[in-house]
Design a protein around this ligand. Structure first.
Ligand code: NAD
Length: 497
């Protein structure tokens, strides 16, 4: 049997006793490179119990020591960035540079988690009444859990557990079964940095294991990133079991191109943002909205995208890698066919792309459609592949209306030379992350990742100050200390202090 991915429970890597395994395949060849276990019910129970036990002592560890753990962890992640990226390349097929970026964006969150002392500062007001002060502390919740998708196997787990653990919680992570080895390496480094046993646990599997986390009374909060249907299920089930839930879901991101924009900047931005990372990014630009005369640039955009070639990560010329699975590829190809049937013009068709030497890879070539309308399936569905739909709008108002009618609200961008147009767009658009002449506006970790509408269920978002609020409770204390200057009064029968 191929390498068996281990569980990380109570500070140790252990083989699962499960009899059920899911193959992890190299998406460029279909070779089985590992088997990931479906964690048994007993192992799940032990992981949760040891996280609960670890919480008792971890919450008492001084905040500055928790910060130092994050500093050491960030340092180790930097030292091992190339090694982690290599695991990502093997199990997900990303190009080396893209895989390194996946790790780097996670490291930045760990650096932010190292700032936890100032992020945990509460509020105080002196003399809320005579000789009475009110002040607040924030305290950790207990055991929190994270469920992560395949497309950023380093960054997204690192969005979650460093902030949760820095706040004083313990954490159970269930990474994607499609690329589970990256998280095991990250957990190994976290232990090496000095994390006490039980503070982070890694369990593997899919729906069955997630269902245990969603229902277990000792799990206080759930962070999820993944597809829309699963995100809705997680949010509904988790809150039904009275847990705090943040669920980041799918997207359909529009880039609006004004006629006064710089044409070459637009073309460069669209090439990278639409088909880069094989379109497997929740912030990928999947719809380009050409306003007025800018639609004359569509043939040049298509020509630039047509030049992009997928390939294996060992090929430095490869612009992006394969799709994660044959099922993902089949779904994308069927959506491309549907686009043609429903009347869109396929300017660049990547359905038949071949990569020399890798006949079994999940390759999809770059694909561009024009004449797309909002009623078409390729406009409505998140394709999660290297497919760009272009639509036309007569004015900025029409473009804004189109974007605001989308059920999603993860990211958007506008390319323009006009401050007035950009200001109007940022103000009126109903999307949580807006780029102005920036195609993929993912905020750095001192802000939060603030998707809206159907791209997010919950209220407090990932990383930044919002993550601290998500992973903590506020305790507000109102205090009076008697001394001889305060006269002893009788019982107070009113609600006054
Ligand atoms: P997915 O929803 O299939 O899986 C995500 C996680 O949920 C995995 O750990 C998986 O094991 C688990 N899961 C799958 N089915 C489940 C079920 N029925 N019940 C309980 N758990 C289940 O997502 P994916 O294909 O791995 O990732 C791609 C999706 O993630 C895309 O839709 C993308 O837009 C989205 N995504 C969103 C963001 C964001 O920040 N909004 C970021 C990255 C990815």
């Amino acid at each position: 049997m191929a390498h068996q991915v281990q569980l990380f429970i109570n500070g140790e890597f252990v083989p699962s006793k499960s009899e059920r395994f899911i193959p992890v395949t190299d998406p460029a060849t279909q070779d089985v490179i590992a088997q990931v276990p479906c964690t048994t019910a007993e192992e799940m129970a032990f992981a949760i119990a040891s996280a609960k036990e670890a919480f008792k002592s971890w919450k008492e560890v001084p905040v500055s020591e928790r910060a130092r753990l994050m500093m050491r962890f960030a340092h180790l992640l930097k030292e091992h960035q190339a090694e982690i990226a290599d695991i990502i390349c093997r199990e997900l097929g990303k190009t080396v540079e893209d895989a390194k970026g996946d790790v780097w964006r996670g490291i930045e969150v760990v650096e932010q988690a190292a700032n936890i002392p100032s992020l945990m500062m509460g509020e105080t007001v002196e003399n809320v009444a005579r000789s009475i002060d009110t002040y607040s502390y924030i305290q950790p919740l207990g055991v929190c859990a994270g469920i992560t998708p395949f497309n950023f196997p380093a960054m997204i787990p690192l969005w979650m557990f460093p902030m949760a653990i820095a706040c004083g919680n313990t954490f159970i992570l269930k990474p994607s079964e499609q690329d589970p080895m990256t998280v095991n390496k990250i957990a190994e480094l976290f232990a090496l940095a000095g994390a006490p046993a039980g503070v982070l646990q890694v369990v593997h599997g899919n729906k069955e294991q997630v269902d245990v986390l969603l229902r277990h009374p000792d799990i206080k909060a759930i962070s999820f990133v993944g597809s829309v249907n699963v995100g809705q299920y997680i949010y509904k089930t988790g809150t039904d079991h009275l847990k705090r839930v943040q669920a980041f879901a799918g997207a359909k991101n529009h880039m609006v191109i004004m006629p006064d924009a710089n044409k070459q900047q637009v073309i460069n931005a669209l090439v990278g943002a639409s088909v880069g990372a094989a379109g497997q990014r929740c912030m990928a630009i999947s719809v380009a909205v050409f306003v007025g005369d800018s639609q004359q640039w569509i043939p040049e955009v298509a020509a630039a995208i047509a030049k992009v070639r997928p390939g294996v990560y060992t090929d430095p010329e490869a612009a992006y890698g394969p799709q994660i699975s044959p099922q993902a590829k089949a779904r994308i190809l069927s959506l491309i066919e549907q686009g043609k049937v429903e009347g869109a013009t396929c300017l660049v068709d990547g359905s038949d792309v071949k990569v020399a030497g890798y006949p079994n890879g999940n390759w999809v070539g770059p694909t561009v459609f024009s004449d797309v309308t909002p009623d078409m399936t390729i406009y409505k569905e998140e394709i999660f592949g290297p497919v760009l739909a272009t639509v036309n709008a007569a004015s900025l108002d029409e473009a804004i209306e189109l974007v605001n009618n989308s059920p999603y609200g993860n990211g958007t961008s506008i390319f323009t030379a006009s401050g007035a147009a950009a200001r109007k767009y940022q103000h009126e658009i109903e999307v949580g992350q807006v780029g102005i002449n920036i195609p993929i506006p993912v905020p750095l970790p001192f802000f939060s990742f603030t998707g809206w509408k159907g791209s997010f269920y919950g209220d407090q978002h990932a990383y930044g100050k919002q993550a601290v609020r998500f992973y903590t409770e506020t305790k507000t204390i109102t205090a009076r200390w008697f001394d001889d200057s305060i006269p002893v009064s009788g019982p107070n029968m009113s609600i006054n202090l």
